[in-house]
Every structure is written in structure tokens, then in C-alpha cells.
Design a protein around this ligand. Structure first.
Ligand SMILES: Cc1cc2nc3c(=O)[nH]c(=O)nc-3n(C[C@H](O)[C@H](O)[C@H](O)COP(=O)(O)OP(=O)(O)OC[C@H]3O[C@@H](n4cnc5c(N)ncnc54)[C@H](O)[C@@H]3O)c2cc1C
Length: 323
């Protein structure tokens, strides 16, 4: 089964989200493919807890709040998101383009916007002895309620680990959070909740501690020079994310290192394939959200015109719409 849309957007970072918004806003049907479970690209994966100061009109905005606003802007538009979907192969068809994902699912459209940023953000691989021995090791937080009542060990100091520990404890899982350093990253409000859950005995924090091995029943740690056994039915290893461009590097786009050369309108070497954001050569080395937004607006509107030549390239002013 192939899912069809007018435009396929690859990547759910700032560029992909804004491109999807613009194409959807112009009335075209969009499928957005994102490698991670969550949208937001680097902002959500690498620095969700940090404030961003250089997005126009937003003097100080928390990165994950910015992502939430970009996602909210898609509400009501014909944009469908396929998360945990890594775009891999690109083939030309009579109608345009077909993308096959790593898991074999196929998506087709008349135009593609590649907004892959630095690459698919994949969980950093954990090298822990006994990894295969444990029956339930994960790298992404599932729906917290699905782990209610279970013993869960969360390993890591990144904001995702803090959030996982907080949300799981609030969902009544029995949570132990551990990290090799003392401090945990997270938005200040989230760190406060973490501390109050810890003080209230709703979760246990073991840090700094080293994770020596996983066992079928849990994990073996060393803390303050002593061995500690932590029972865990589920282990969440959250060591951050690393970008991987390899899934799209064989697309014949005339790659210039990590960049796709693009002409006016974000047009790549392939007719109907556009680029935007960090992956687009035209941004120079300005890997910035503001640049990604501008490129996305330009590429999306050119893609719209490519798919529907009866629609003008320029979108007109949104302020003229009386909604
Ligand atoms: C620590 C840090 C701090 C930063 N601070 C700022 C700042 O203060 N201000 C600022 O303007 N910029 C900042 N940046 C840069 C900013 O985050 C990037 O410029 C911006 O994220 C680029 O957006 P993008 O959508 O092009 O790419 P990305 O954010 O990288 O999003 C690309 C998305 O595409 C997905 N993807 C890639 N390949 C595939 C595939 N084959 N299939 C499916 N999905 C795929 C990835 O998983 C990712 O989610 C910062 C970057 C970092 C790392």
C-alpha cells in the first residue's frame, strides 16, 4: 500500500514543520515523515530545555515551547504526520516521486521537500554489558500510562531522561533515575517537579552512579564505591541523539558534503524535489531557525506551484484572510 499526498515533507524540524504549514495553508495535502517519535528536530531532541533568543518576534522562547507552537500551527490543516518513519529510497514515478521508508512503507507525491537538517536524529547507542539479557530495554519514552505500576529504571542526564522520570512517576510507575553525573538537564520547572517527586518518595534518584551492567531482573550500578542492584522491569536508556544523514545520501542531488545545492525557490537538481533548512546549501553555514523558516516558506510555495500550476507561487498575505 502506498500513501499518496500532494507533497511529501521529509523531516519534522523547524524547516519541515513550517514547510508543511505553508503547503497545508495553501490547501495541499501533506505527509510529513519524521525519523523520531517526537517532532521538533534538533530543538526538541538536543536542547528542549534551553531558551532561544534569536527567533524573530520572540525575544526569549523555550525551544520545546517553540516546537509546540509550530505543531499547533498545523492544527486544522491537511497535514498528516508519520513519526518514527525514516525516509530511505527516492524513486521517480509517472506522477512525481515515491519514497520508501526504512521499514518498507511507501509514500508518494507530486513534490518532495527535503528538510532533513543534520540528518535523522537517532538515539545514541548504549554500550552496556548485558544489554541483550534484559527483556525490555527502550530508547524512547512510550505513553507513560502504559508503564503504570511497573519498576522502571531511567538512565541519562539529558532533558528527555528528566522528563521521562517525571512523567512516569506521575503515571504511577516505580521510577529510579540514574546518571553518571550529579546534575540533570531539564527546564527549571521540570527540575523542580523532579525534586519534589524525589522528596515525596515518588521516585528514587541514584547519582552520580555508574551503570555497570543490565541483568534479566534490572541493573547493577556502582554508587559511592558500593555495588547497588536496581530491580527494573523496563529500562529506558536515554543518552541523547546523533544525526545520521546516510538514509538520504544516495538521493542523486549532487551533494556538497552535508548540503544539497539549491537554486532559486529551494529547487534541487531534481525537478519537484525542494530543500529547506540546515541541509540546504543556500543557507551558507547559517544553521539557524530563522533561516530555516525563510527557506521553508520559499520552498513550500514553489512546491505548491509545481504541484498545482494554477496556484501562484506567491501566497499573498495571510493577514488578508479573515478567518
Ligand atoms: C545545541 C543547539 C543549540 C541551537 N541553538 C539555536 C539558537 O539559539 N537559535 C537558532 O536559530 N538556531 C539554533 N540551533 C540551530 C537550529 O536548531 C537549526 O538551525 C534548526 O534546527 C534547523 O532546522 P531544520 O528543520 O533544518 O533541521 P533539524 O532541526 O535538524 O530537523 C530535521 C529533522 O529531520 C529528521 N530527519 C532527517 N533525516 C530524515 C529521514 N531520512 N527521514 C525522516 N526524518 C528525517 C530529523 O530526525 C529531524 O527531526 C541550535 C542547534 C543546536 C544543536
Amino acid at each position: 500500500m502506498t500513501e499518496h499526498a500532494d507533497i511529501l515533507v521529509v523531516g519534522g524540524g523547524p524547516a519541515g514543520l513550517h514547510a508543511a504549514f505553508y503547503a497545508g495553508w495553501r490547501g495541499l495535502r501533506v505527509l510529513l515523515l519524521e525519523a523520531r517519535l517526537e517532532l521538533g528536530g534538533q530543538a526538541q531532541a538536543l536542547y528542549p530545555d534551553k531558551a532561544v533568543y534569536d527567533v524573530p518576534g520572540l525575544p526569549r522562547q523555550n525551544a520545546s515551547a517553540l516546537v509546540a507552537a509550530l505543531v499547533a500551527q498545523l492544527s486544522g490543516l491537511p497535514v498528516e504526520v508519520h513519526s518514527s518513519t525514516v525516509a530511505r529510497h527516492l524513486r521517480r514515478t509517472d506522477q512525481g516521486w515515491l519514497i520508501e521508508a526504512e521499514d518498507g512503507r511507501q509514500f508518494s507525491a507530486s513534490a518532495v521537500i527535503l528538510a532533513a537538517g543534520l540528518g535523522a536524529l537517532r538515539p545514541r547507542e548504549a554500550r552496556v554489558p548485558g544489554l541483550e539479557a534484559h527483556p525490555d530495554v527502550r530508547t524512547e519514552l512510550p505513553e507513560p500510562a502504559s508503564l503504570a505500576g511497573r519498576q522502571v529504571l531511567v538512565v541519562g542526564g539529558v532533558p528527555q531522561a528528566t522528563r521521562a522520570a517525571v512523567e512516569l512517576a506521575q503515571a504511577r510507575a516505580q521510577v529510579t533515575l540514574t546518571h553518571r553525573r550529579t546534575g540533570f538537564r531539564g527546564a527549571p520547572a521540570e527540575l523542580e517537579v523532579l525534586e519534589s517527586l524525589r522528596q515525596g518518595g515518588r521516585l528514587q534518584v541514584l547519582a552520580p552512579a555508574s551503570l555497570d551492567a543490565l541483568t534479566p531482573q534490572g541493573a547493577a550500578l556502582t554508587m559511592n564505591g558500593s555495588a547497588v542492584q536496581v530491580p527494573a522491569e523496563t529500562v529506558l536508556l536515554m543518552g541523547g541523539y546523533l544525526p545520521d544523514l546516510s538514509p538520504v545520501l544516495d538521493w542523486p542531488l549532487g551533494w556538497d558534503g552535508e548540503y544539497v545545492p539549491d537554486g532559486p525557490g529551494g529547487q534541487s537538481a531534481l525537478s519537484g524535489v525542494f530543500v529547506a533548512g540546515d541541509v540546504a546549501r543556500s543557507g551558507g553555514d547559517f544553521k539557524l531557525i530563522s533561516v530555516a523558516f525563510a527557506q521553508a516558506a520559499v520552498a513550500a510555495n514553489h512546491a505548491v506551484h509545481h504541484v498545482r500550476p494554477d496556484l501562484k507561487v506567491r501566497p499573498g498575505h495571510s493577514s488578508e484572510k479573515r478567518l
